[in-house]
Design a protein around this ligand. Structure first.
Ligand code: BG6
Length: 214
């Protein structure tokens, strides 16, 4: 089991953590947005789409991989960025390599994000996000725990979407290569149809597993 932490990842030039399973499977998570930018099976097959022209500048959302969408989906509140601020925030890598409940044999990374002056300027609530990424022999599980640490309830969206920009919209996206729309579908499990209210101290957990036998 190997967990390697980079100040400057060889793939993105940005801080990241690389998980390597003894069977050869691997997974890379950027601290920017806690975006999972690569998941390779034991046979070395890349499972995730990442735009060839994705921008890694520590500001912009990364085009591709698995982003974390919080506290809103798209832009119902125009005072907040589209898809919220979690995907463009600098997350912290927690020291805990394993959490209770993690499968034995999993290589795990735990990333966290809490409210800060910057998030409170956009959204006036205290919160704690804990994102657990577990790499196993033939699957990758990502689990997001959202805790309301405010005195008041907040409403949020986290998201399920099957999406592709298709030709015309894709052509207008600077961070998507030409005809890149033909190489992916975007699948985002979550809560989007109606914002979910989270009471003070309540913890909401969402998880997804990508099973890739080969
Ligand atoms: O360009 P963005 O902000 O990363 O959003 C990309 C897409 O994200 C998807 O989740 C939405 O369903 C699309 O409507 C949206 O266009």
């Amino acid at each position: 089991m190997v967990r390697e932490v980079f100040e400057q990842s060889p793939t993105s030039g940005q801080p990241s953590v690389l998980l390597q399973h003894p069977n050869g499977a691997s997974c890379e998570i950027q601290l920017h947005g806690a975006t999972v930018t690569s998941y390779k099976t034991a046979q070395g097959r890349e499972v995730l789409f990442l735009s060839q022209t994705a921008v890694f500048n520590g500001c912009q959302a990364i085009r591709g991989g698995i982003p974390v969408v919080f506290p809103q989906f798209l832009r119902p509140d125009p005072t907040l960025p589209s898809h919220g601020f979690a995907r463009t925030s600098a997350w912290e890598l927690s020291d805990e390599e394993k959490e209770s409940g993690a499968s034995p044999g999993a290589v795990t990374a735990v990333l966290t994000l809490s409210d800060s002056a910057a998030t409170r300027a956009l959204w006036p609530f205290a919160f704690h996000l804990r994102y657990v990424v577990e790499l196993e022999e033939t699957q990758l599980t990502t689990t997001l725990h959202i805790t309301n640490t405010s005195d008041a309830a907040f409403r949020c969206q986290v998201d399920t979407v099957l999406w592709n920009p298709w030709e015309a919209k894709g052509a207008g996206m600077k961070d998507l290569e030409r005809d890149g729309y033909q190489r992916f579908v975007c699948v985002e499990p979550g809560l989007v149809s109606a914002p979910r209210s989270v009471a003070p101290s309540e913890r909401l957990t969402l998880a997804q597993t990508l099973a890739s036998p080969h």
